[in-house]
Design a protein around this ligand. Structure first.
Ligand SMILES: [Cu+2]
Length: 267
């Protein structure tokens, strides 16, 4: 009964997502655009299937108990103080469920964060209030974004990129939803991960850690292009004089700057 209702609701709501076919099969995830995406996708879908299976069992048991043991007369039912097998069952079952989820999470995490093989290119990312800097270390060029002028990150398709993440002020989080990957950008600490975009196109990127007044403007675009287009873009940055690398100088939070010295205070 509960299962029918749940499936019915899924089918009904599924009609709303006609513009995003497949999104319901992915339990709300956008379409993955990297070689590693299936790892996260499988973990996500698997966790939902497990949760739904547990949910259907629990809903079913609640409904069954409510109907089978409903009040029929004023006679007091037999009073039971404990039931060792049942108590053992509902102590051990959640431990097994959590254990299984934990095992698959750690297994997938290890595979996702595996970076023993050298990447094809490296991008040193700096998060700063409130935009991003992308240092293309192999080409020795860079791109700096501002909240008004949001940057574009170019990546060659089918090449493994290593992102080194540093912050120059507070904690940010580097997130490209369609890459199924997000990692904190922490001042004074270098985080990194590798990913292999396998689809050309434009993808949205954003900061996923509330980092101050204009956090919502920490957007960027990711252009996954052919190797030739990528080389052209590196040349364009070089011609624009954006050569060298920007260092993540720790300049403290925007809010530690006296109000009259903050950018925009003259307005
Ligand atoms: Cu941020």
């Amino acid at each position: 009964m509960a299962a029918c209702a749940a499936v019915g609701a899924l089918v009904l709501l599924g009609g709303c997502a006609a513009d995003a076919p497949g999104q319901w099969q992915r339990f709300g995830l956008p379409e993955g655009a990297t070689e590693e995406a299936p790892l996260v996708g499988d973990l996500w879908v698997g966790a939902w299937v497990a949760a739904l299976a547990v949910g259907i069992l629990v809903w079913g048991l609640i409904l069954w108990a409510a109907i089978a043991y409903r009040k029929r007369n004023d006679e007091l039912p037999r009073q039971t103080r404990f039931n060792i097998p049942i108590e053992f069952l509902y102590t051990v079952t959640p431990l097994v469920v959590v254990g299984v989820l934990f095992y698959f999470t750690v297994q997938h995490q290890d595979e996702i964060l595996e970076d023993d093989t050298p990447a094809d290119l490296t991008v040193d990312v700096i998060g700063q209030q409130w935009s991003w800097t992308f240092n293309y270390t192999d080409d020795d060029v860079y791109e700096v974004g501002t909240p008004e002028d949001q940057p574009t990150l170019y990546l060659p398709v089918d090449q493994t990129v290593q992102f080194n993440l540093n912050s120059s002020d507070v904690i940010h989080s580097f997130w490209i939803p369609q890459f199924y990957m997000k990692m904190d950008v922490i001042p004074g600490r270098s985080n990194s991960f590798q990913v292999t975009p396998n689809q050309q196109g434009t993808f949205a990127g954003k900061c996923a850690e509330f980092c101050g007044a204009y956090h919502s403007r920490m957007l960027f675009e990711v252009e996954v292009v052919s190797a030739e287009e990528f080389a052209d873009q590196m040349d364009a940055l070089r011609e624009a004089g954006q050569t060298g690398q920007i260092e993540p100088e720790l300049r403290g939070s925007y809010f530690e700057t006296p109000l009259n010295e903050q950018p925009g205070s003259e307005e």
